[in-house]
Design a protein around this ligand. Structure first.
Ligand SMILES: [Zn+2]
Length: 433
């Protein structure tokens, strides 16, 4: 008996195995509108996806694929996915099953490799209850109230699939900028007549255009995007403030930076080429000049405030072609808080003390701008010249309220006081009316 057929069969088996895609990673991100599951693959593959009811499941059959990692689910970020498992219905199919908490709309697609990732299969699950919640929130913000707060949209750069820049100690930009963004919201909410809104409050990705569209939906008076810089020379350090350049990037340095920040949408799975024409025409629109003027002024105020806090990279506001700043009607600035590529700044970026100091400096710069030029109809416009009272020994909050004929509630609200404790020497704002 000849050995030949056995050898041929073995060869066939080996070549099939070498063609098989291997699932090498699995991640889930949940944002307010959807849950995104990502399977890393070592090569392109063919897949089929279908859903089952009672209970709700998504089934993904990957042709000729294998897996040798556990599919662990991080319950904190799992969104509508309650469980994940896999099996082999036949020798040529890898079947991955997601258990779902509810019925969802599904979209799935394959992504080509980028700098950080190889081939990926992305499955987006749109929850029906999640989208209802989102539209309810939008409805509430549509109602205009008199004496409204100045609204600052705070954008933590990157997130989810897109880690941003990574330091030598593996500090990820997306993590530290989210912490600074949260501190910034806290610092802004503390200023009377101002309110911060986060574009993302978790580890998930929002397309660049989606970020400033959120700011427009919230009727934000300012969009501020928070980042941490990276440069090939590790000695480079300091914070910088950028606004959109009218004629593209103004220097080689700014262009390099714009490239690395803009490329994040490709990492997140959205291409921008179809939007460029629209944005170009928006840029030519003269109505944008007011927005640009406001952007320049607020950027200068933030930079001045940063200068008094620590080292700045340059002495002036930078101009760069950041996609995220291209909102036609919301003044927009981008703050590079520090260089994550500089070892000592990387360390500082992870420290709460630095995150708070950075947030306080940015918040102070924003406050200086809006108290100097408040938009009409805002509480600041109507109250910035309000009387002030320096707390003296023996003063009580109730006594001050009576003296100025204002309610205790509004006195507390304006000054962000929870109880009755006031310290001698503190300046209180006395609300008008
Ligand atoms: Zn960045």
């Amino acid at each position: 008996m000849s050995n030949r057929p056995v050898i041929a069969a073995l060869l066939l088996l080996t070549s099939l195995q070498s063609l098989a895609a291997e699932v090498s990673g699995f991640r889930v991100w949940a944002d307010p509108a959807k849950t995104r599951a990502v399977l890393d693959l070592d090569r392109k593959t063919v897949y089929k996806l279908f859903t089952l009811k009672n209970p709700h499941r998504v089934v993904i059959d990957l042709q000729g694929s294998t897996i040798d990692i556990p599919l662990d689910l991080d319950a904190d970020h799992a969104g509508v996915i309650t469980g994940v498992r896999y099996g082999q219905p036949d020798t040529n199919t890898l079947r991955v099953v997601f258990d779902l908490s509810e019925a969802t709309e599904i979209s799935s697609f394959l992504l080509e490799p980028t700098a950080q990732y190889g081939h990926r299969l992305v499955v987006d699950l749109f929850s029906k209850s999640q989208s209802k919640k989102a539209s309810l929130v939008k409805h509430v913000t549509d109602i205009q109230i008199p004496d409204r707060d100045v609204v600052i949209a705070i954008d933590a750069g990157h997130g989810g699939e897109d880690p941003g820049a990574i330091g030598k100690k593996r500090t990820r930009e997306k993590d530290v900028v989210l912490r600074i963004a949260r501190e910034l919201k806290w610092a802004i909410d503390k200023q009377p007549g101002m309110r911060g809104v986060l574009t993302r409050d978790g580890d998930y990705y929002i397309p660049l255009r989606g970020r400033y569209e959120k700011a427009r939906k919230e009727r934000a008076d300012l969009f501020v995007s928070i980042h941490a810089d990276a440069f090939r020379k590790s000695s480079v350090r300091g914070s910088s403030v950028f606004v959109l350049s009218a004629k593209g990037a103004s220097s080689e340095f700014a262009r390099l930076l714009a490239d690395s920040e803009n490329s994040s949408d490709l990492v997140g799975g959205v291409t921008l080429s179809d939007k460029d024409d629209m944005l170009a025409s928006v840029l030519l629109d003269l109505s944008q000049s007011a927005t640009r003027e406001a952007s320049n002024k607020v950027a200068a105020d933030i930079l001045n405030s940063l200068k008094s806090t620590g080292k700045t990279h340059k002495n002036h506001v930078g101009h760069a072609n950041f996609m995220v700043l291209k909102s036609p009607d919301v003044p927009s600035v981008l703050v590079e808080t520090a260089f994550i590529s500089n070892p000592s700044e990387e360390k500082r970026l992870t420290e709460k003390e630095f995150q708070q100091r950075m947030a306080a400096a940015i918040s102070r710069g924003i406050g200086n701008y809006f108290y100097a030029s408040p938009p009409p109809g805002t509480w600041i416009a109507n109250n910035r010249n309000a009387a002030r009272h320096i707390v003296a020994r023996g003063d009580t909050l109730g006594g001050i309220a009576t003296r100025y004929r204002v309610s205790l509630t509004s006195l507390r609200r304006v000054n962000n006081i929870d109880g009755d404790v006031i310290h001698v020497g503190r300046e209180l704002i006395i609300p008008t009316g």
